[in-house]
Unconditional design. Structure first.
Length: 192
């Protein structure tokens, strides 16, 4: 999986006033947990943009005063009115501990049902995937090459891999429905 490097500076004071000052300077208060101790630090907001504003799932390598730690973003807090990033929680990764991440779905192939005039409807854009960090996929590929009109692809239809998908097996990922034009064509063919 792709890894993005960011650097942070340790925070001496942890409180509202200190956090406000950091935000005024263009930094975001952050916490790294999951290891022996929590680490409170600040990150320049522009360094986080590549990791936050992307449809991809990524690992992060956080450098705090020369100490590099592999992590993932666990939670983001935004201001309710201005959408300014207020706080970031990172979870430290360990090679022997499983993690759960939201992984994007990539549709592959061409559906024969769509070629006939059907409408492709993607219900899920991401799946919750549980695995060890080394087995975490960048994307979960779903082949739509066999989807005819009226067919659907569910979570339970996914090929088994080195990871586990924790979504409900009955959840529909993608389906091919009838478009208006196809319905009208069938109705007109039925009237003749």
């Amino acid at each position: 999986m792709k890894t993005i490097a960011i650097s942070g500076s340790p925070r001496e004071n942890v409180g509202k006033r200190d956090a406000k000052e950091l935000r005024y300077e263009g930094k975001v208060p952050a916490v790294l947990y999951g290891g022996k101790e929590q680490a409170h630090f600040a990150v320049v907001i522009t360094e986080l943009k590549e990791a936050i504003y992307t449809p991809e799932a990524n690992f992060l390598e956080i450098d705090i005063n020369g100490t590099k730690t592999k992590a993932i973003i666990k939670e983001l807090q935004f201001h309710p009115l201005t959408d300014v990033l207020l706080h970031v929680d990172f979870l430290q990764l360990f090679e022997d501990k499983e993690i759960v991440m939201e992984i994007p779905i990539k549709l592959t192939g061409t559906s024969p049902g769509v070629k006939m005039g059907g409408k492709l409807v993607q219900k899920l854009r991401k799946l919750r995937v549980k695995s060890l960090p080394k087995d975490m996929p960048q994307v979960v590929e779903v082949s739509i090459a066999k989807l005819e009109v009226g067919n659907l692809f569910r979570v339970r239809d996914l090929a088994k891999g080195a990871y586990t998908v924790t979504n409900t097996p009955e959840d529909t990922i993608v389906s091919v429905g009838m478009s208006r034009a196809l319905k009208q064509a069938e109705q007109q063919a039925g009237k003749k």
